[in-house]
Design a protein around this ligand. Structure first.
Ligand SMILES: Nc1ncnc2c1ncn2[C@@H]1O[C@H](COP(=O)(O)OP(=O)(O)OP(=O)(O)O)[C@@H](O)[C@H]1O
Ligand SMILES: [Mg+2]
Length: 370
């Protein structure tokens, strides 16, 4: 017989939190979803008490798994951040409450996690994330890349990964290694054709699991390819991942820049330093003659970076090789390492690393208004 939600709740009722109260009391549990032998739910706790709740989470997962017919259970701890849980959609400077919110716990062994984000979709964020990760690898760093775009994962395609990660000891996942990068994407676990309908807590559960239940090993930098947009889902992600900084990707057009500005505002709101802006599809480099033409009024992102007081990290041209090779799972930095395009990305990587290391980050010149 298929397991029911009530059976799972009955099993969870036997578990007590650090305060001695049953887990099922006090509104700490999200809706418990039971589907196809899989159980998903989250436990919302006071951010200051997260560590004390870790073992409760483990026990809750084991209790859910012990219900007959349950094959797997995914339980996420989400921290309550009263004043910032539902931030206003409009950009605002970080509120005192946001400033006071404790940072999410780091991932053991991972030195720095950086997000690659954009307000607008389709600007070349995932392509940039992959080539930036490879550029950082070429600087001698041990680099991982996490596909946080659980609605439309790109890394299986961009890195031509078709195998599924193996499990280690039945609970942790072994990431895939490609071109020297340690890689994880939800796309490795579900079929490309499966429509992905995620509900709020599941998004965070999936992300939390990919961060904490994957054997990332020792990494100098983990690059996170974020989903496009600056809505609630992205904001929650920016809060849940312990980010050292964010890199914003934009094309030079005005519309993309408006969205890039929203992206910057979003990270500032959750106190994640903006490491800078990268302009992609910046100018057209003719593959035949090497002549450059500024078809999208190149330079907009540099100007915007200056205006907003964030570093400008470089310009990546619009080039057929980038498109063809990305889409074929052969990123240029790995497959044409001596070409001019790889040099561009390596230069961007060096600037990102400089920002990550250096205390040179200029304070914002002014508060961004939208
Ligand atoms: N510099 C470039 N020159 C030419 N084509 C590019 C460049 N960067 C990305 N592309 C192409 O543009 C398309 C979109 O790129 P990509 O998937 O990286 O964007 P994205 O911002 O991650 O998109 P999404 O918002 O859907 O996640 C891809 O076909 C990619 O190959
Ligand atoms: Mg993408």
């Amino acid at each position: 017989m298929a397991p029911t939600k009530q059976q799972v709740l009955d099993s969870l009722a036997k578990i007590a939190g650090p305060d001695g109260a049953p887990l099922t009391s006090g509104g700490k549990l999200s809706d418990v979803m039971v589907s196809d032998g899989k159980v998903f739910f989250s436990i919302t706790v006071d951010a200051a008490a997260v560590q004390a709740w870790e073992s409760v989470r483990d026990r809750a997962e084991a209790a859910a798994r012990a219900v007959p017919g349950v094959d797997s259970a995914m339980v996420a701890l989400t921290a309550e951040r009263n004043a910032t849980a539902r931030p206003p959609e409009r950009a605002a400077p970080a509120s005192p409450a946001a400033r006071a919110a404790p940072s999410p716990i780091g991932v053991p062994g991972v030195e720095a996690i950086i997000a690659v984000a954009s307000g607008k979709g389709g600007v070349g964020k995932s392509t940039t994330a992959v080539n930036l990760a490879l550029g950082l690898r070429d600087l001698g760093l041990k680099v991982g890349i996490l596909d946080a775009d659980i609605y439309g994962p790109s890394l299986p395609k961009l890195l031509a990964i078709r195998e599924r990660p193996q499990t280690l000891g039945g609970t942790r996942l072994k990431p895939i290694t490609r071109y020297g990068l340690t890689v994880m994407s939800i796309g490795f676990l579900i079929d490309e054709e499966t429509p992905m309908i995620w509900r709020g807590p599941m998004v965070i559960s999936a992300l939390t699991q990919m961060l904490r239940e994957v054997e990332w090993g020792a990494l100098d930098v983990m690059v996170v390819d974020m989903p496009p947009g600056t809505g609630d889902a992205q904001l929650t992600m920016a809060q849940q991942v312990p980010l050292k900084g964010a890199v914003i990707v934009s094309t030079p057009q005005d519309l993309a820049l408006i969205d890039a500005r929203r992206g910057i505002a979003m990270f500032r709101r959750v106190n994640v330093p903006v490491l800078g802006i990268i302009e992609t599809m910046s100018y057209f480099l003719c593959p035949q003659c090497g002549t450059r033409s500024d078809i999208f009024s190149h330079g907009g992102a540099r100007h915007e970076a200056e205006r907003l007081g964030v570093p400008f990290l470089g310009e990546v041209p619009l080039h057929m090789d980038i498109r063809e090779k990305s889409d074929a799972g052969l990123p240029v930095v790995a497959t044409v390492p001596d070409g001019p395009l790889a040099a561009v990305y390596r230069d961007v990587a060096a600037k990102v690393l400089g920002q990550l290391k250096g205390p040179t980050r200029a304070p914002p010149k002014f508060v961004i208004e939208e």
